[in-house]
Design a protein around this ligand. Structure first.
Ligand SMILES: NC(=O)c1ccc[n+]([C@@H]2O[C@H](COP(=O)([O-])OP(=O)(O)OC[C@H]3O[C@@H](n4cnc5c(N)ncnc54)[C@H](OP(=O)(O)O)[C@@H]3O)[C@@H](O)[C@H]2O)c1
Length: 251
């Protein structure tokens, strides 16, 4: 089956490309690096010709509010137009658990716009809502770093390894479209404070971690359960300790 993965060079994209190729599918890893730009439309018609499935795993290079909204609107609009013109049978996209609860954040306004375009497109689809990737942890810790201590949102998190996400994306892509959203999460739920303390300890950083309801995530204040799924999520297999050990070994 011909499958186009937009964002096929990214964190989840490259792992999903590898899984579907080793299962014998004809996979196009589309991205600006490979001459396909879903925002401008460059190279898209050729890439999508004859495809049965499109998986959108792209992300905006800029997370500034207007830029990220423009990225997801233009990119998704162009992908849907190409899917419609080529009678694509399944459009799969990756979004985030709690997107509708995070509308004080420009990034999540853009993700909701992406989801709405897909739902209204008339193309059979599956949206996968994932919790935060473990690989995002270092970036998040930097955003909450006050120098002498780290102050994080007072909320829960249930992070997932990118390998578990890619397994689901590859499986969903070859299954029938749900015309709906499924949710995935990691195997363990933590207060963000406990997870960040564990991460800092594992990296040899002895600083204190505090929690505050005033500290935002991606520009939005959190309720306790904003980032976790109450929608019967499918759980990944890789726990924090296993993920961290594999990452340390690779480094
Ligand atoms: N981070 C999280 O915790 C989290 C959680 C749930 C869901 N998600 C969602 O997961 C998705 C994938 O995230 P990721 O971290 O795997 O992304 P990533 O590693 O940042 O990769 C982004 C990909 O998008 C491609 N791209 C950028 N501009 C493009 C354009 N104009 N046309 C086509 N492709 C373009 C990049 O291509 P180049 O390499 O050529 O630049 C790259 O392949 C995102 O939509 C994100 O919202 C993230």
């Amino acid at each position: 089956m011909k499958i186009v993965i937009n964002g096929g060079t990214g964190l989840i994209g490259s792992k999903t490309v590898a899984r579907l190729r080793s299962a014998g599918h004809d996979v196009v890893a589309a991205s600006p690096q490979s001459g396909v730009n879903s925002v401008t439309g460059e190279g898209l018609a050729e890439a999508v010709k004859g495809a049965q499935v499109i998986i959108d795993l792209s992300n905006s290079p800029s997370w500034e509010d207007a830029a990220v909204l423009e990225f997801f609107q233009r990119s998704t609009g162009n992908l849907i137009a190409a899917a419609t013109a080529n009678d694509v049978k399944h459009y799969v996209a990756l979004s985030v658990v709690g997107t509708d609860r995070l509308q004080a954040s420009g990034y999540f306004v853009a993700k909701l716009a992406q989801e709405t375009l897909i739902k209204r497109s008339g193309v059979p689809y599956t949206i996968v809502h994932s919790t935060q990737f473990f690989e995002l942890l270092g970036f998040l810790v930097k955003s909450w770093d006050l120098g002498d201590k780290v102050v994080v949102p007072a909320a829960l998190i249930q992070p997932i390894a990118s390998d578990d996400v890619a397994d689901v994306m590859a499986e969903v892509a070859i299954a029938p479209p749900r015309n709906g959203t499924i949710e995935i999460a990691g195997p363990e739920r933590f207060p963000i404070r406990d997870l960040v303390a564990k991460y800092l300890a594992a990296t040899g950083d002895a600083r204190a971690v505090e929690a505050s309801a005033e500290v935002p995530y991606s520009g939005a204040k959190l309720e306790e359960a904003t980032l976790v799924s109450d929608n019967n999520p499918r759980l990944g297999k890789i726990a924090f300790d296993q993920w961290f050990a594999a990452r340390a070994k690779a480094a």
